[in-house]
Design a protein around this ligand. Sequence first.
Ligand code: FCB
Length: 405
Amino acid sequence: MKFPRDFLWGAATAAYQVEGGNDRSDWWRWEKEAGKENSGFACRHYDLYELDFELARGLGHNAHRLSVEWSRIEPEEGKFSDVALKHYVDVILALRARNIEPVVTLHHFTNPVWLADCGGWENKKSVAAFLRYSEFVVRALAKHVRYWITINEPTIYATHAYLFGVWPPQMKVFSRAKRVERHMISAHIKAYRLIHKIYKEYALFKPAVSISQHMMALVPCDQKLKNRFAAWLRHKLYNENYLDIFMRHKALDFIGLNYYSRQLVELKRWGFKNLFEDICEKEHHPVKKNSLGWDIYPEGLYQLLLKLKKYKLPIMITENGICTSEDAQRWDYIASHLRNIHRAIEQGVPVTGYLYWSLLDNFEWDKGFGPRFGLIDIDYKTQQRTVRESAVKFSQVCKMGILSS
Ligand code: FCB
């Protein structure tokens, strides 16, 4: 299976999950208050990024997604750190020096403590604050960066932090989650315009700006009308809603897609809440699972990609991956998802890249360091990196652009 010539191959990380020592972030405070596993030094990637990029280069990666930590750039409201900014310039240059295309995320779940203290994304002020921070970062990195992700998985952020109450600030109020969504939507649209404006002003090439949208394959567990309807509705609301809004505002240059798993939809009865929440609890469509219990469902990626064709935009897989203690399962996961991406490309879906989650084992938010998503194993005691067998197999695809079936 041959992939397009300029296909981007690589892996993704997020600052808070790998850097270590992000003590100005709301997560840092929360993990202690909530008695969760602490992120601590994480993978010490803040210091060891050159080593990690050298490994990525050796593995044939020609792209890498990372995020900038807002709380380092602006540790106090309105006070920007040139030292932190320089660090990220160095990081990007370290990628460029290895011919690795950076894909830079501006917001990946974490906020500076000062923002959290004035209501975080519930406060309308978050939009202006995010823009000011983005401007500072984009102006410094513009010359070296083409791909920008403004916000990672806004649906996941709003629901986990404001509706399910499992992430800081642990709210469980629908209207609050909606408010956060509204602000994130506005922040993306404005940041999109800002980034384009800066590139124009600097007479640079055209940037490519998007969000990373988390999508599940929403599969009705049988042919009953209520289940098919609920699956359709959830797809519209959870998967496509943001894209539709951004398309209307002409604020998307490509689609960043994060795909992991499926949800089997089965309504207990017709009802408002049931429409959004009920899932099938029978085990009548069994599939393998990752170590967090998420269903592994590669054909779901194919189905989603076909659905996204109507947007007529390039699609970059900005995350796809598995946590497992059996590395052989990781290679199966990657290969089966790549096969489904290839099928979609053959159907005319313009997929332009695949970034595996994650380059390194890392801090999986409220789940701590248990889940192992990495192409590279981290020994957290010694910070020793060990390239996994799956990474080597994936590297052949990256180097050749061909997956042998
Ligand atoms: C995604 C997140 C990423 C990581 C993976 C497993 O939802 O964007 O940070 O936690 O899940």
